[in-house]
Design a protein around this ligand. Structure first.
Ligand SMILES: [Zn+2]
Length: 181
């Protein structure tokens, strides 16, 4: 049900609900691997489902993991990240200045990627990869700041935070697909 408006989706779900139980079961059976109670449209195939992890390059395991790694050289090869506290720093400083490089002439800069949010994001990540003390082998899924807020949010807030979380994950998956293309 990708690409349907909420109203169309609701109509589609109503149609499914009216099917005889046996037909509905067949419909759901196809998706059984993802959990019994998961309706087909709720299943999201993430980037992780599309690529297999090579255990030889991943400490012998075929899944993502988190581990404490010590040693300057080993840590240097890991992804640099940020946290609530230093995120603002990277935002404020922006891309790392480039030393010992020739000047960039005005017309060399004129590709349409200049100053795009993705490019800026890439530059910030590059900066973090060079200097950040937060290191991880596998980058954790990104979450918006309000995601871990405790208490009872309103339905509106929940939808808002979830939408932002979905967008962050989608952006990162798009970035991974771009890098592997
Ligand atoms: Zn930090």
């Amino acid at each position: 049900m990708e690409g349907l408006s909420p109203a169309e989706k609701a109509a589609e779900l109503r149609k499914i609900a009216k099917l005889p139980a046996s037909e509905r079961r067949d419909l759901y059976a196809e998706y059984k691997g993802s959990g019994r109670y998961m309706p087909p449209e709720a299943i999201h195939r993430g980037v992780a489902d599309e690529y297999e992890i090579d255990p030889e390059k991943n400490d012998g395991v075929a899944h993502q993991f988190d581990a404490v790694v010590r040693g300057r050289d080993a840590r240097k090869r890991m992804h640099g990240g940020d946290c609530e506290c230093c995120r603002d720093y990277y935002e404020a400083v922006g891309p790392l200045p480039v030393f010992n490089a020739g000047p960039v002439w005005k017309d060399a800069e004129e590709d349409d990627e200049v100053d795009s949010p993705t490019k800026r994001q890439r530059q910030l990540e590059d900066h973090q990869n060079r200097i950040s003390r937060h290191r991880e082998v596998w980058r954790k899924p990104p979450t918006p700041p309000d995601f871990w807020k405790i208490g009872f949010p309103s339905t509106q807030e929940v939808e808002d935070v979830n939408a932002r979380a979905d967008k962050m994950v989608a952006d990162r998956e798009a970035e991974i697909r771009r890098q592997t293309a």
